[in-house]
Design a protein around this ligand. Structure first.
Ligand code: ADP
Ligand code: MG
Length: 272
């Protein structure tokens, strides 16, 4: 049984059909990327899975159970996690306290008295921080961390709710390319090790093609191609509709042109 099954999801916003019969499956431990131009319906699809949007049609199943239209908090409790930005109010708290808060919330202890919360779930929180390589900065305030490290803490917070499925809508937005690769590698390692399914979107095609097990290509609310990175790269419609215009191919052409130019003036320039 697939971890996640989306069947014929439909969503209309006034005259805009943001999702037209979107169907896909996702297995435990798998990284599935949704790519497509701006406005293709990627976030809409995420939000229908996470419960932030109620689909106009179609069904979402998590491990066989229909979760369509349930409130986000219930869907979260059933094992669908999301990485959210740490709220501004929490950035002055320490790294480990942020993860402890997530654990307190997940274990339904929100009324725990404050003096006791200092130690509550601290060990478990440190364990989640260790998974993302952040245990050594546990007692630093979040606002002293580099941006890429904050993203790792946000991942630890999502993991604290022991998700079966993790939704990551542009997780590496605003990050430098090296940090992006690091975060995606870490996500992939954790997902495979703990059998967590990951559904993600990402503008950086290098990251998508390097880390996704499978890729869905969404254009104007419709999946026009799905498959392994090699299959998607070779798909004629993808080249025509998406990659040819905006993505990999254009980027490769631009890179070749740039290097050819650099080679003309600097003969020692790397020729790859
Ligand atoms: P993507 O994430 O792929 O960029 P979205 O899912 O955000 O695309 O948007 C898909 C389409 O639906 C776009 O045309 C967008 O303008 C429209 N849309 C998304 N959310 C809303 C909303 N809350 N109200 C009205 N239109 C929306
Ligand atoms: Mg979006």
């Amino acid at each position: 049984m697939s971890l996640l099954v989306a069947e014929s999801l439909e969503k209309n916003f006034g005259g805009v059909r943001a999702a037209k019969g979107v169907s896909f499956t996702l297995e435990a431990g798998e990284l599935l990327a949704i790519i497509g131009p701006n406005g293709a319906g990627k976030s809409t699809t995420f939000n229908m899975v996470g419960g932030q949007l109620r689909p106009d049609g179609g069904v979402v199943r998590l491990a066989g159970e229909i979760i369509t239209g349930l409130p986000p908090r219930l869907i979260w409790r059933k094992g669908v996690g999301r990485t959210f930005q740490i709220a501004q109010t929490f950035v002055s708290m320490s790294v480990v306290e942020n993860v402890q808060m997530a654990l307190i919330s997940f274990h339904g202890e929100t009324r725990a008295v404050l003096p006791a919360t200092a130690r509550l779930h601290r060990e478990a929180a440190l364990g989640f921080l260790a998974r993302v390589g952040m245990a050594d900065v546990a007692d630093k305030p979040v606002n002293e961390l580099a941006y890429g490290d904050v993203k790792r803490v946000e991942l630890a917070i999502a993991l604290a709710a022991e998700p079966k499925l993790l939704l990551m809508d542009e997780p590496t937005a605003g990050m430098a390319p090296r940090e992006r690769a690091g975060l995606m590698e870490l996500t992939a390692t954790i997902a495979r090790e703990h059998r967590i399914g990951v559904l993600f979107t990402e503008h950086d095609m290098d990251q998508v093609f390097a880390h996704a097990d499978r890729i869905l290509v969404l254009v104007r609310g419709e999946i026009i191609a799905a498959g392994t990175p090699d299959e998607v790269r070779a798909d004629a419609r993808v080249k025509q509709v998406y990659l040819g215009e905006h993505g990999v191919e254009a980027a490769l052409r631009a890179r070749k042109a740039r290097l050819a130019q650099a080679g003309a003036t600097h003969p020692t320039a790397e020729a790859t």
